[in-house]
Design a protein around this ligand. Structure first.
Ligand code: GLA
Length: 682
């Protein structure tokens, strides 16, 4: 168990030296009359809740006026939690400034790209670069740390909340000043900025940093490197807030770990969590399934594998998810029976040692009154609360997995900077969506029941037998070199089209595509090849059969036919007869190039071939529709099998099902919609 895990306050929680899985959620007692608080504590105990997040949106209560402070109510709740043996993840309460602040100082408000001020009345109405906001926020953090740093119930600090969820990017005057300062530090003199931004294009040369602005709405396409640097700055600025708040907490209460809740889900892309992860003592993530996404179950698995990658393979906290419906999607149906349990246990299967929700008790008022909680509007006599109690029992039964880790043979490289660049306009195609392409490759592995670590561009790739590099459009030389070394050392590296094309300034590498990967792959591409929407082509090769592809095709020249084999050729389309998929021997490994966007069936066959070549097989066999999650390993190993389907299935091998206590000798049945967690010898 890492020393940086939740600091469980009471010795009896550390039974046999092992802490429990954390279970609970956001608790907003200030929305409820006092008499409800005692009921809450009793119901929490009934459900097995052992961790609550307090104070996230409490600033207006804690500091009702500039020079008035009121901690009495929070003292009372903290003491109640301590008396109930429920640990607290205490927020710094800086997530949402109170109206007295924003009405007296409208200059702290964030501004959108068109120059519209985002006013008070919702939440997160602050410009992350505002010096006044920072000053007042840190005063609050100092008081929180001084008052509660030694409190018996305190287990974890929670900086702000979902930082940047609504106020990033911010184009305010404060952002402009801070952006210039950041650029001056990065480039030293304005000529270096002119070179990096390619400002001789369209008469954009700057005479001084004072002339530079954030990339506000402009007559046409903005300078791409300006946009990229502003994205970097936006992530850095909020990370700086995290660091500043964390520094206060660590100074006052050095033994209490610090986290903040990331948003690794769907298309949340403004913050480079790869860089942020170093600033938290443990990685925490919020994840919500999109109800209308037919691949929602897979998206959850991808996000969990990415969160584990950010955590460097160590256990992490699922800080928020929903017990049932949310309120912010176009249509918000409740979760299907059993889905709460399946969603939650998939997160544990993929490395979470905590399962928490937004929120404990569904609100009566406010914008989230139709968001589910553990205690719904119907009260504790409800299906949802009974499900919450059952989930608490499941998590208690899984206590032995705490602290165990997951090792996989396959890595998928995922880079926020590549995402920021790829999402810009004025590209060959607006049909390329970075996360969707990364998810598609991951899904082929998920369907093959082979575990994947989703890792950042600086990750150590040695030790992986397969390294997937989908659509890594921007790549630094160091990252490209690390990927090449992985192949030399024996890995099968798979790089897809439009990768390696630009450097860290978003400048095109000359001499042919795929730029940084040309030598590794042994191919050269002279022209990029977007396909018009709805157009498909076919590729064929002995080991992948005939596969349909779309979105993109490239005219690939094999540079060294002796070392580079054509695995599949285009059957039709603009490059009919030409190479579509190639494979080059590099050291004891392979470097594959896939010059088109294969549809699911073809991608899955190709992945099958790559895995077979690399000697990677699924750890466990299971029937169709049963997701077998990567093994967690410690003193034993644990196989999580989750049946998302309508039919009974099974998972191979035997073991002790921790959820039922049943010992199985042979294949283990997994009921429709059910979950089994099997302990096997390590
Ligand atoms: C985010 C926030 C919570 C709440 C939920 C609703 O995760 O952190 O405060 O708004 O979304 O799903």
């Amino acid at each position: 168990m890492s020393a940086s895990w939740i600091r469980w306050p009471w010795p009896e929680q550390l039974l046999e030296g092992r802490p429990p899985l954390a279970y609970g959620g956001d608790y907003n007692p200030e929305q409820w009359p006092r008499e409800v608080w005692a009921q809450d504590a009793a119901l929490m105990q009934e459900a097995g809740v052992n961790l609550v997040t307090l104070g996230v949106f409490s600033w207006a209560r804690l500091q009702p006026a500039p020079d008035a402070w009121d901690f009495a109510w929070l003292d009372e709740v903290m003491d109640l939690m301590a008396a109930s043996r429920i640990a607290v993840d205490l927020a710094t309460a800086t997530a949402s400034p109170p109206p007295w602040l924003t009405s007296a100082h409208p200059e702290v408000l964030p501004v959108d790209r068109s120059g519209h001020v985002l006013h008070q009345g919702a939440r997160q109405a602050y410009a992350p670069s505002s010096p006044l906001f920072r000053e007042l926020a840190l005063e609050l953090v100092e008081r929180m740390a001084q008052r509660y740093g030694g409190h018996e119930a305190l287990a974890l600090w929670h900086v702000s909340n979902e930082m940047g969820c609504h106020n990033a990017p911010d184009y305010s005057e404060a952002a402009e000043i801070a952006f210039r300062r950041w650029l001056a530090e990065r480039y030293g003199d304005v000529e270096a900025l002119n070179t990096a931004w390619g400002t001789d294009f369209w008469s954009q040369r700057y005479g001084s940093f004072e002339q530079v602005q954030p990339p506000r709405l402009a007559p046409t396409f903005p300078n791409p490197t300006q946009v990229l640097d502003f994205a970097r700055f936006t992530s850095w600025q909020l990370q700086d807030q995290l660091r500043a708040e964390a520094a206060v907490l660590r100074r006052v209460a050095p033994d209490v770990p610090v986290t903040t809740n990331f948003m690794v889900m769907g298309h949340t892309q403004h913050l480079d969590y790869t860089a942020w992860a170093a600033d938290v003592d443990l990685v925490a993530n919020d994840h919500y399934v999109m109800a209308a996404d037919p691949d929602g179950q897979h998206e959850l698995a991808f996000s969990a594998d990415h969160t584990r990658g950010l955590a460097g393979g160590r256990p992490w906290v699922l800080m928020e998810s929903s017990t049932s419906a949310v309120n912010w999607q176009p249509v918000n149906p409740p979760k299907a029976p059993g889905q709460l349990r399946r969603n939650s246990l998939v997160q544990v299967a993929r490395g979470a040692d905590a399962v928490c929700f937004f929120q404990w008790r569904a609100s009566r008022a406010g914008a989230e009154k139709y968001h589910s909680g553990l205690v719904p509007h119907a009260g504790a006599d409800s299906r949802l609360f009974r499900d919450a109690v059952a989930l608490g029992a499941d998590l208690a039964a899984l206590r032995e997995v705490v602290g165990s880790t997951i090792t996989n043979d396959v890595a998928l490289v995922f880079d926020y900077e590549a995402w920021w660049v790829l999402d810009q306009p004025a590209h060959p195609s607006a049909q390329l969506h970075y996360r969707e392409v990364a998810e598609a490759w991951h899904r082929s592995l998920w369907e093959s029941r082979v575990g994947v670590d989703v890792v950042g561009p600086d990750a150590d790739l040695s030790g992986y037998r397969v390294v997937l590099v989908p659509l890594l459009h921007l790549v630094r030389e160091e990252t490209a070199a690390r990927i090449a070394s992985a192949a030399e050392a024996g890995a099968s590296v798979v790089v897809t089209y439009f990768s390696g094309v630009v450097d860290e300034h978003d400048h095109v590498r000359l001499g042919g595509h795929p730029g940084a990967f040309r030598d590794l792959l042994g191919v050269r591409v002279e022209e990029l090849g977007p396909l018009l929407p709805g157009t498909t082509v076919h590729v064929h090769g002995p080991s992948v059969g005939t596969a349909t592809a779309g979105t993109w095709v490239e005219p690939v020249d094999v540079v060294d036919p002796g070392a580079t084999e054509v695995v599949a050729r285009y059957l039709d389309g603009p490059h009919a007869g030409g190479p579509a998929i190639t494979r080059a021997r590099r050291g004891s490994g392979w470097a594959w190039y896939v010059s088109t966007e294969l549809q699911d069936a073809g991608r899955r066959r190709l992945v099958g071939r790559v895995l077979a070549d690399a000697g990677v097989a699924p750890a466990v066999a299971a029937s169709e529709g049963v997701e077998v999650s990567v093994r967690r390993r410690g003193e034993a190993q644990w196989v999580f099998a989750v049946n998302h389907g309508q039919h009974a299935g099974e998972v191979g091998g035997g073991g002790l099902d921790l959820l039922t206590g049943t010992e199985h000798a042979g294949p283990v049945p997994v009921p429709a919609g059910g979950v089994v967690v099997l302990r096997r010898p390590a």
